[in-house]
Design a protein around this ligand. Sequence first.
Ligand code: PLP
Length: 387
Amino acid sequence: MPESASPMRFETRAIHDGQDPDPTTGAIIVPVFQTATYVQDGVAQHKGYEYARTQNPTRGALETALASLEGAEYGFCFASGMAAISACMHLLKSGDHVVASDDLYGGTYRVFEQVFRGGGLDFTYVDAADIDQVQGALRDNTRMIWVETPTNPLLKVVDLAAMGVLAADRKILFGVDNTFLSPFFQTPVEFGADLIVHSTTKFLGGHSDVVGGAVVTSRDDLADRLGFIQNAVGAVPGPWDSWLVLRGLKTLAVGMDRHGHNAQVLAEFLEQHPSVERVLYPGLASHPQHELASRQARGHGALISLYIKGDVAGARRLAEATRVFALAESLGGVESLIEHPGLMTHASVPEEIRREKGLTDNLVRLSVGIEHIDDLLDDLKQALATI
Ligand SMILES: *Cc1c(COP(=O)(O)O)cnc(C)c1O
């Protein structure tokens, strides 16, 4: 489990760190501080809280808890995962270059290309599973390496330790979107990541009822700047949303454990199915980076992608025929979801780039929930029988 200043283990920290009982009432649960401002005792004499964009105790509890779970020093919460990623990009300035993985969350690619490129940042996308490609893309003005691992939706695994060494050698920032595995399975700080980002909408919230994001870091200089950006740009989560994520965190460990178990069983089942051409899941021995994945992560998560034998019509039929797996974008909730990346989550990636990368029309992605494994197996069996 992740290193931390706290002597407690992950499961315990998820429930207690940053979450002391409320000192005024003894409430065991951190209250929802639904307030915009705070009364001061005298001019500029306050209790550490001035205005709720800048500080909110509910949000503060979540930030402390998240930093602890990632084994990092500082946490900053945002209104969405995209706002968290954007805050990291605001650390850079016009003329800076970023080397990013070519298989990013579709919204990340979109904000890089359609917002930050216009603001003067430059991006090069490479297969980050190949360290030589990353090294080859570095330039004098490269200021950051940005990866997800496993990637979305092709579940390629990026060597975090090798990337950390490369970034440290070049004295550039190393950012990791850790949404897919959550800190329960993977803590990039161990491998030298400077910035760890989450869409808390996914596993950390865990119940598909909130949108949020977070950045954690152990670097004082980055923390100063991120705190400034969080307040200056103002894309902060409200106290209710912070509270929902805080509640999600308490059961993160049991949830991830079950997500991972269910996904492993389903991936093994799908791999044997005659209607399935290929299954992508890092927990399978057939995954080309199974060994690396097992070395740097403590589990393989809930996302499975599969190529069915056939074309877009078959993929569509599978996605529309499941009954327990709901047809929906997103991932990381207690309920199982199925989607067609080419037509749904990754539709904003230009078609020829999709094709080039292997994001073909027969690709289907599953986010495996924590329902009973037999119901999930039965559902996939009956849905696959329709194609
Ligand atoms: C969902 C997601 C995001 C974006 O998060 P939002 O909360 O939807 O803004 C970023 N990265 C990954 C890997 C995601 O799955």
